[in-house]
Design a protein around this ligand. Structure first.
Ligand code: SF4
Length: 301
């Protein structure tokens, strides 16, 4: 029986399908929850702290203010489902917070936040492409000194080696495509800020890169449609298996994928409520509703 298609594509779904089609199926089609990890919760916490920092007046965006923003973000986590599920002991929490503190301070080694003019934070964008919905959440959309759009994505993992830089830029090219379609303007720059290293990887979107992204998204969607039609999602082993939450169901590790479907059906049964899948920290923009946020370019400068 054909599988139900996912309702949309996002940069994370595109890379999930490319990395391993079977893991994509478990997550995007069976909708099995991906349990929170220290790394994902730390990432959400640092993103929330930097979002708060950008809401301050430019002259107030100091390292000390960033540390206060981190403390505020941590305080808002007490009832967060992912934080609760992570259930860290005192030492584990102290370690996570110390690492988040280092990342937030290293941000200042990459750029001067007082020179940033954000016009959108945690910005939800959504466009239709021939009936396919493309969605993304941009960490930060800003205007540069010439009034051009810049897309920034914070990364809390390690920066890739030079040979892999282009492949890591796929997500920000996706955001550039969303900006062009939704706002009618192509960003002049897209950048990944790797806080841990700390280093920025930057590129300039072009007509060619946008069209390439569009072709890639269409090709991946066709491959997903074919895989759903044939119920044929294959495992692709890589170093990512070490972090995969679905190893139990993976035939490459002796598991049975049909068990995943049974577990998913149980979790999604009406008396169990919806699939437990929620972002760990909600931004001010996200908290209002799930709809795309309007960006007023005219008033932003
Ligand atoms: S364990 Fe590896 S091969 Fe199996 S589903 Fe996960 S990522 Fe894919």
């Amino acid at each position: 029986m054909p599988l139900e298609l996912p309702t949309s594509l996002s940069p994370s779904k595109v890379s999930s399908f490319t990395d391993c089609a079977l893991a994509f199926r478990f997550s995007a089609i069976d909708r099995l929850p991906d349990p929170p990890t220290v790394a994902t919760v730390k990432g959400s916490l640092v993103h929330a702290a930097l979002e708060r920092l950008m809401l301050l007046a430019p002259s107030e965006r100091s390292p000390e203010a960033a540390v206060t923003c981190l403390a505020d973000a941590r305080a808002s986590l007490d009832t967060d489902p992912e934080w609760v599920e992570l259930a860290l002991d005192e030492a584990g929490e102290a370690e996570l917070l110390a690492e988040a503190d280092v990342l937030v301070r290293r941000y200042f080694d990459i750029e001067d936040p007082s020179a940033v003019t954000p016009i959108g934070l945690e910005l939800r964008m959504e466009v239709e492409l021939d009936g396919l919905t493309l969605r993304g959440i941009i960490d930060r959309l800003e205007l540069d000194a010439d009034g051009e759009l810049v897309v920034t994505d914070y990364k809390t993992g390690r920066a890739p080696k030079e040979a892999f830089e282009q492949s890591r830029l796929g997500g920000v090219h996706f955001y550039a495509f969303l900006c062009e379609r939704l706002l009618g303007r192509r960003p002049s720059r897209v950048q990944l800020l790797y806080l841990s290293d700390p280093v920025a990887i930057t590129t300039t979107p072009s007509e060619q890169s946008i069209r390439q992204l569009e072709r890639k998204v269409r090709a991946i969607w066709s491959a997903i449609e074919r895989a759903c039609d044939r119920d044929d999602f294959r495992p692709k082993q890589s170093r990512l298996c070490g972090w995969c939450a679905f190893q139990t169901y993976c035939p490459a590790f002796g598991g049975d994928p049909s068990e995943a479907r049974a577990v998913a059906a149980q979790l999604q049964a009406p008396d169990r409520g919806a699939t437990p899948s929620t972002p760990s920290t909600q931004s001010a923009a996200q908290a209002t509703d799930g709809a795309p946020v309007a960006v007023h370019l005219a008033s932003a400068g």
